[in-house]
Design a protein around this ligand. Structure first.
Ligand code: AMP
Ligand code: ZN
Length: 423
């Protein structure tokens, strides 16, 4: 168990203009995350006096192993909260925001139980946050953190304003979402089976040379795949040229090394994502090349990311072509761990430009806010609280919880447990 990163650059709890302080807790997977977020009802500016995460070491399982992740929360969470409170002497909590779902039940329960306890002990409201809503709202947090101290704009002007499009690309989800308002996020495309992060992690385990794999500091093998594919970073991505039309996009990627890769769901414009087949394709390519060289591995890494990312962006283009009303969303947010990938951003920007959407703004949160974190939970909790929502103390965690109001469970607000506060 080791703290992965911490940020205290923005400490500014000024008693004279006491701000609203939210404690955020995130435990849905293997990251134990705690944050203190200060906001104000009169200014769009937010600060993060405390933001820290501790990640259990799952490397020997080559992926997240739920009991190990749970033990990590049990040993780290209370200590992180204690550290947060003692790092800001005199802090007074106004709200506790904790991830209620979706995620691993036992892991969520560890966070929710402590969140309830803190809410009772401090006599402050609780908001049970939807993890995916929090990812989608993260760019609004980023602009609030970046707002100048004397920002005079109204809270309603926090960017991006609704509606906007979001690509949620993480280890557990791949979704194209139309975010129409705070709690109304319509899913336009979803992954049929495994998420893009999971698929790239699995491909990376096959492609990375054994010594590179062995030196990975965690189980985010896809991050290591990007670093391996582009050792000089973005400067090495210059040779990418986007498919100029759908026919080019669905043509197989043929390598001079002899393999070819077919884009997923090439024969259909159905709004869905499919990444499961990538791993088996890589498996068969690698077993056909018993003495695969490092340059071959590097080219395979680039090809697999190209195919996965063009599939991702291809569905964004289909959505925009089929429903012109979506073009009112002039911002495309990319969030979740895979959004850290600079080659994804290159493919996305290049394809949008090449296909007539050069005016669409693409924003991705900084790395520490792209992967799971508690700042986004605190922010989403605060946005919900400000809109009049609190969570009852008798709620339980939600392993599955849709984000789309037209879904089976009614989306974020469709589940039981919300209490509406009169403004
Ligand atoms: P999350 O589920 O949002 O915490 O994101 C974790 C997922 O993001 C894992 O599958 C990681 O391997 C993946 N990830 C992190 N960094 C990168 C990167 N640079 N490129 C691709 N995937 C990444
Ligand atoms: Zn996540």
């Amino acid at each position: 168990m080791r703290p992965r990163w911490t940020s205290r650059a923005r400490i500014s709890l000024r008693p004279a203009s006491r701000r609203f302080t939210t404690l955020g807790i995130e435990t849905s997977c293997d990251d134990t995350c705690v944050a203190l977020l200060t906001t104000s009802h009169s200014s769009p500016r937010a600060t993060l006096p405390f933001h820290k995460k501790s990640t259990s070491d799952n490397r020997s399982f080559r992926g997240v192993y739920p009991p190990t992740a749970l033990a990590g929360h049990a040993s780290s969470l209370a200590n992180l909260v204690s550290e947060a409170l003692s790092s800001c002497p005199g802090v007074r909590l106004d709200l506790v925001a904790v991830t209620r779902g979706p995620g691993m039940s036992a892991n969520l329960a560890e966070g929710l139980a402590l969140g309830k306890g803190l809410s009772v002990a401090w006599g402050v409201p609780l908001v049970g946050v939807h993890h995916m809503q929090a990812h989608a709202l993260t760019p609004r947090l980023v602009s609030a953190l970046d707002a100048p101290a004397a920002a005079a704009e109204s809270l309603e002007e926090i960017a991006p304003s609704f509606p906007f499009l979001t690509l949620l690309v993480s280890g557990g989800h791949t979704q194209l979402v139309h975010s129409r308002s705070l709690a109304d996020h319509a899913i336009l495309a979803n992954s049929a089976n495994i998420a893009i992060g999971d698929a790239l992690d699995k491909c990376a385990r096959l492609i990375l040379p054994p010594d590179v794999l062995a030196s990975c500091p965690d189980v985010m093998y896809a991050r290591a795949l990007e670093a391996f594919a582009f050792p000089i970073g973005e400067d090495g991505m210059g040779s990418y040229s986007p498919p100029l039309k759908r026919a080019d996009e669905i043509a197989p990627t043929v390598s001079p090394h002899g393999w070819s890769l077919c884009p997923p769901l090439a024969a259909t414009r159905r709004m869905a994502y499919e990444f499961a087949a990538l791993e088996s394709r890589v498996q068969s390519i690698v077993s056909d090349l018993p003495s695969i060289s490092v340059p071959q591995r590097r080219d395979l890494a680039i090809d697999i990311m190209k195919v996965a990312f063009e599939h991702l962006v291809g569905r964004v283009l289909i959505a925009l072509e089929e429903d012109p009303s979506l073009r009112a969303a002039s911002t495309l947010v990319v969030s979740g761990g895979v959004a850290c990938n600079k080659f994804l951003m290159k493919v996305l920007r290049s394809m949008l430009d090449a296909r007539g959407y050069g005016g669409m703004r693409v924003v991705a949160p900084p790395v520490e806010l792209c992967t799971d974190n508690a700042a986004m939970i605190a922010w989403a909790g605060w946005e919900m609280y400000r809109a009049g929502y609190e969570t009852a103390l008798d709620v339980t965690v939600l392993k599955k919880w849709g984000v789309d109001p037209s879904g089976k469970d009614g989306g974020i607000l469709g589940v039981e447990g919300w209490k509406r506060r009169q403004a």
